[in-house]
Write a protein of this length. Structure first.
Length: 221
């Protein structure tokens, strides 16, 4: 704002002065606003109810005794009160355990490492196949067909398929044998993975794969 409007505002008011001079009022208001002074950081005194390090150690030792290993902090606090003893509030007990990462089973138990999940890996075609049977809707109500599909995991190509009126171990054997012959599978070359459907786990299929030297895998991975 120009000084003339500033001086005039002291006489007739800032609104009238700005209108008379044709200048906005916002710069005048911004200059009048002073930044709030920063407050100096003040340390709050520690509460007199805070447990000392010795008291916290005593509480932790008490909570980990065999007597209270299976009890929650709330149960421990209630038991101590019944005995006429008071250590601290049960929430404080819970915080003491949390600080030591003991909010869990506190008894000494055997902790086994996480086992590695099995994994099948294909680095080239004709190493790993996966097969399944899918239901296809038929032309009329309550009719369906079974689609048998053998898929090469590496190339993602369908190496064999068959459509039938239902699931059959005999058809699964026929499809597997024909596909292995067509693809020229040698003993020990291929692994076939499938779920645990009745056809996949049937004895005829298992016997055929064993005769062809094909390793079978089910469910996992």
């Amino acid at each position: 704002m120009i000084p003339a409007a500033e001086d005039l505002g002291q006489v007739v008011g800032i609104v009238a002065a700005c209108e008379a001079r044709g200048v906005p009022r916002s710069p005048r208001y911004r200059r009048r606003q002073q930044p709030a002074p920063e407050r100096a950081a003040v340390e709050r005194p520690a509460s007199i109810r805070v447990l000392s390090a010795e008291e916290q150690a005593t509480g932790r030792t008490l909570l980990n005794r065999p007597r209270f290993q299976d009890s929650t902090p709330r149960e421990v606090s209630a038991t101590l009160l019944d005995e006429g003893r008071y250590l601290c509030a049960w929430r404080t007990m819970d915080r003491i355990l949390a600080e030591q990462d003991e909010v869990r089973e506190r008894r000494d138990q055997l902790r086994r490492p996480n086992s590695t999940k099995p994994e099948l890996l294909a680095t080239a075609p004709k190493q790993l196949w996966s097969w399944d049977i899918t239901k296809l809707k038929g032309p009329t109500t309550w009719t369906s067909y079974s689609l048998y599909v053998l898929l090469d995991v590496f190339s993602r190509s369908v190496v064999g398929w068959l459509i039938a009126e239902g699931e059959s171990a005999a058809l699964a054997v026929e499809l597997s044998a024909a596909t292995c012959r067509t693809e020229g599978i040698e003993p020990g070359q291929l692994t076939v993975h499938a779920d645990r459907g009745s056809s996949m786990t049937s004895k005829p299929v298992a016997q055929l794969l064993a005769d062809l030297g094909v390793t079978k895998s089910h469910s996992r991975p």
